[in-house]
Design a protein around this ligand. Structure first.
Ligand SMILES: Nc1ncnc2c1ncn2[C@@H]1O[C@H](COP(=O)(O)OP(=O)(O)OP(=O)(O)O)[C@@H](O)[C@H]1O
Ligand SMILES: [Mg+2]
Length: 244
């Protein structure tokens, strides 16, 4: 299923080539029984460490599908995906979950915070899964709240926060396990212009600190603040340009 004979490092699969993300010939077919949807039709994309890029494209073009594959939330139907040199296709569900927890931080349009937990507990959750000790968890979570400027809101529940504040909590949670990459799917989609700008500013700051960020967005202004814009259309990359 995986491996299409076009791998750059076919001779030494464990070695990697310095790319953080290396997708080759990625296809994704959703088979819902009666209908098959070919959401991705052979995507080639590489992302190096400390890149800040936007994936843009019309609704239904395959952006979220691509992000889910990059983030190990889903697997491709065909093609090769290496994350930090490790071939991800064909791994077990457990191993994928482990990679996801360790390597990927997600930020979603609707924040995806657990409503019954406090902001603190939401950010602590991935550290609990990772098995971090209580004291280190507490220190890390407090540090992350300082980073996103919300130390005075740690004990609030999501419903007691504004959209922009909820997204900052989500960013703190995404950073909890020091991921290699931050993936954000329409992170400003539910925010007003000012909060949206604030969140983009936070992403810029993270990029300056050395993080790698991939944003999916409909918002041309947001895309223009990244360093590279990849256009997806009908499940394929149609352009890939540096932002001037
Ligand atoms: N779970 C699924 N089952 C079947 N088809 C799906 C599934 N998820 C997505 N699709 C289909 O795959 C195609 C790509 O969807 P995807 O969600 O990746 O688009 P998108 O670019 O993120 O769109 P949007 O900008 O509206 O979020 C669409 O035609 C969609 O209907
Ligand atoms: Mg989408």
């Amino acid at each position: 299923m995986f491996g299409n004979g076009r791998k750059k490092n076919g001779a030494n699969p464990g070695a990697g080539n310095g790319d953080l993300i290396d997708l080759e010939g990625i296809r994704k077919v959703y088979d819902t029984g009666a209908i098959k949807v070919e959401a991705l039709r052979g995507v080639d994309l590489t992302v190096k460490e400390n890149e800040f890029l936007a994936i843009v494209g019309p609704s239904g073009s395959g952006k979220s599908t691509l992000m889910n594959i990059i983030g190990c939330l889903d697997t491709a139907t065909d093609g090769s995906y290496r994350l930090k040199g490790e071939q991800v296709g064909g791994l077990s569900i457990d191993r994928l979950a482990e990679i996801r927890n360790k390597r990927v931080g997600f930020v979603f349009q609707n924040f995806n915070l657990l409503p019954q937990l406090t902001a603190f507990e939401n950010v602590e959750m991935p550290l609990l899964f990772k098995g971090t000790q209580a004291r280190q968890r507490r220190e890390r979570v407090e540090f992350l709240f300082e980073q996103v400027g919300l130390s005075d809101r740690m004990l609030h529940r999501p419903v007691e926060l504004s959209g922009g504040q909820m997204q900052r909590v989500a960013i703190a949670r995404a950073l909890a396990c020091e991921p290699d990459i931050i993936l954000a799917d329409e992170p400003t989609g539910n925010l007003d212009t000012t909060s949206g700008r604030d969140i983009v500013g936070m992403f810029e700051e993270l990029w300056h600190k050395g993080h790698t960020l991939v944003l999916i967005t409909h918002d041309a202004a947001l895309a223009g603040r990244t360093k590279r814009v990849v256009h997806v259309q009908d499940g394929a990359v149609v352009s890939d340009e540096a932002v001037a």
